[in-house]
Design a protein around this ligand. Sequence first.
Ligand code: CP
Length: 321
Amino acid sequence: MTSNRVGVPRLPHLLGIEGLSPETISGLLDLSETYIDQNRSVAKRRDMLAGRTIINLFFENSTRTRTSFEVAAKRLGADVINMDVATSSVRKGETLLDTAMTLNAMRPDAIVVRHHESGAVNLLAQKVNCAVINAGDGQHEHPTQALLDAVTIRRRRGSLEGLLVAICGDIMHSRVARSNIHLLQIMGARVRVVGPPTLMPTDVHKMGVEVHYSMKTGLKDVDIVMMLRLQTERMQGSFVPSISEYFHFFGLDRVKLQYAKPDALIMHPGPMNRGVEIDSEVADDLDRSVIHEQVEMGVTVRMACLDALIGGNRNQFGAET
Ligand code: CP
């Protein structure tokens, strides 16, 4: 595998965290940090992707991921097309593959894809000529979210190694949980998952994580508390008795936060449902909540991923020039 100018091993696509080496992950995190000015504002526009074209193809709603990919690409000088799926020929019955191959024929350098089917992004990557970046596929993976979470933690704690991280809530339907479990374990952190049995994946005991069904034991002495939304759009049937009962047992508030280390960081990938999985008092805690910092790091991580995949001297057909 060749390396690009910043020493990150050259990846043809970014489809998931599973299978990435610690060196590749560290390289992407290091590269992300080079895009942050010393005053912590995101670096101003550079032209290293001038002449490159990136298409955002989102079949599911998004605020953070889609916007930050656009901001990241533009800050690197690329041209960005946001395809509006709702007004596209998808609504006339065009298949995912036909849509992707149509866009591919326009010779973009990268397509950023979010889709409700797990594995859809991997399928596209086998067919198109350009780089494919997974912006979230079903319940499978959301690799750039895990990378931005890792940069956020690393900047606050110095390293991921040896940290104890609790991922809490709807583990079953969460691609964020899956990508974070892979990344944290690859980088030497210990992971607990915390939630009701109805929201645990059936294969949770094969994931190498500690499983807890109560916040009291799950949050005990953790360094990081990562809260997850109930992903009702992926639920068929009822997974929790009621929202108030769910909040009572699993919603993060001041009382439950006391089980964690006194300086534990509070994280959430967004969007938040306040009063369901997290209380406003802790979400907006200026000392411990890093939720806005996660969003800020989302831009720098996506700049790094675009640079690592299509920056330097690679043309839109994937060839070195
Ligand atoms: N965290 C995340 O993926 O947010 P969006 O759905 O707003 O992109």
